[in-house]
Design a protein around this ligand. Sequence first.
Ligand SMILES: [Zn+2]
Ligand SMILES: [Zn+2]
Length: 293
Amino acid sequence: MYFGSHVSSSGGIDKAVERAIDLGADAVQMFIQSPRMWRPVNHKDENIARFRELRDEHLQGAVAHAIYLINVASDDPEIWEKGATALAHTMTIGARLGLDGVIFHPGSHKGAETGLAGCVDLIAKACLRAIDAGEREAAAAGTSTPYLLLENTAGTGGTIGRDAEELATLVHATDDHGQLGVCIDSCHWWASGVDVTDREALDRELAILDDAIGPERLRAIHLNDSKTPLGSNRDRHDNIGEGLIGDGLGTFLAHPRFEGLGAYLEVPGTGDGTRPEDITAARTLRERALARA
Ligand SMILES: [Zn+2]
Ligand SMILES: [Zn+2]
């Protein structure tokens, strides 16, 4: 397992790699545009080249997180179209940057009576369009297509992807496209009712996921503690070891299924995001849990 962090990409996408290196991380996650705006950033070739150069030299992994505005579960054609376009754009830039993955939240049906069944095809259609955009750009840029990774959610309101079954349903809806994978967030699992401090609970949930979609689709981890209780369905990240999951997060970190994957922190720090000590805390927690096992 290697450790990464979400960092800002302001001032140029290559600055994200520099920030990750400064944190002592092995990997980087960033937005490729402002998370609060639809307007895409025009990345300069020189910044993209510098990103790839720094990443190849210093890091083991690099992923992008798609912006939170995207909701491709929406049955409003305008909202869906905006989201699908932004997701495809993220895959395009991701291919140009040579990223391992593009992580996104499957969205919310906002309490529609048709629930998950009513939006599965909408989400799948957006995924296929984004993967297609990534594949085309990768072919043109001579890179490889990033995996498009569905992230599990905390289960708030009508959000999709609250458990392994829902993630599997979405993968199946794309005819099990080989470029689609999943990213598991420890805080979201906890909030949606999976006790990540309990080895048996983890085994159970991972077995459901592996049986339904195959082990190779699990491509990344989001590593966060939680400010809210188990099963609260509320998504509030806390610093590693400082929240309600606490040192029990070591059990999650030491699970053999996560060996070799990148664990990306999305923690508040003191308000400005991950600090070097947060990465150290994660490394220490894992080492201690492995020593106990
Ligand atoms: Zn996350
Ligand atoms: Zn979250």
